[in-house]
Design a protein around this ligand. Structure first.
Ligand SMILES: Nc1nc2c(c(=O)[nH]1)N[C@H]1C(S)=C(S)[C@@H](COP(=O)(O)O)O[C@H]1N2
Ligand SMILES: [Mo]
Length: 201
């Protein structure tokens, strides 16, 4: 049943249009991590692009800070069913990272890596053309460690498990290789609008 009237100050139909099936709206920002929060000092941080096993570009924190930063405000959707509207990030678009590396994406599949050993696969097409960034700030402040700081991937149009926290790099792969949750039964693509939560959805 559609909710009539208003929830807070937001018309119910506006919520309905922006809320994917099976999701509810939350105002807080839950933390979901598979393990303990890693604390990476900025002087030890780096971000690397790999083509298969071959590193093709790497930045330390100071170098990464000099890349063009943009703001992105997007709704996010977690597979545990919470959605949060208008999350405001800033960071470096994957397009600009590739441009700075002087390469075009070398393959159709990407595996994102986190410093906690987490991985998640995203089709390369879903990372480029203005769709995704490596975020370094949330709501105008450095991203807190529990939300993936100093830097996390942001792929807001897919379920939020695709947005790897503590991201250390992107690895282009020849095949679509399952990441941490995808190996444990979660969907290889994860489109919230098609409710692609689990394998077979
Ligand atoms: N490196 C890493 N990234 C991760 C995770 C993780 O455990 N490790 N959890 C994922 C999951 S399941 C979700 S829902 C979101 C949660 O992000 P948040 O804690 O900022 O809400 O991060 C994703 N990225
Ligand atoms: Mo999640």
């Amino acid at each position: 049943m559609a909710t009539r009237g208003f929830i807070g100050k937001r018309p119910a139909d506006e919520i309905g249009n922006r809320l994917p099936p099976g999701q509810y709206l939350t105002e807080d920002f839950p933390v979901l991590s598979a393990g303990p929060t890693p604390h990476v000092p900025l002087e030890k941080w780096s971000f690397t692009i790999k083509d298969g096993v071959r590193p093709v570009a790497t930045w330390n924190w100071d170098e990464f800070a000099k890349l063009p930063h943009v703001k992105l405000t997007r709704d996010i959707h977690c597979v545990t069913k919470w959605s949060k509207f208008n999350t405001a990030w800033s960071g470096v678009m994957i397009d600009d990272i590739l441009a700075e590396a002087g390469i075009a994406a070398p393959s159709a599949f990407t595996l994102a890596h986190g410093s906690d050993g987490y991985t998640t696969n995203v089709p390369t097409a879903d990372l480029i053309d203005g769709k995704a960034m490596v975020a370094t700030a949330y709501e105008g402040k450095p991203i807190t460690a529990d939300h993936g700081g100093p830097a996390r991937l942001l792929v807001p149009h897919l379920y939020f498990w695709k947005s790897a926290k503590w991201v250390t790099g992107l690895q282009f792969t020849q095949r679509d290789e399952a990441g941490f949750w995808e190996l444990r039964g979660y969907h290889m693509y994860g489109d919230p609008w098609r409710e692609q939560r689990f394998t077979g959805d």
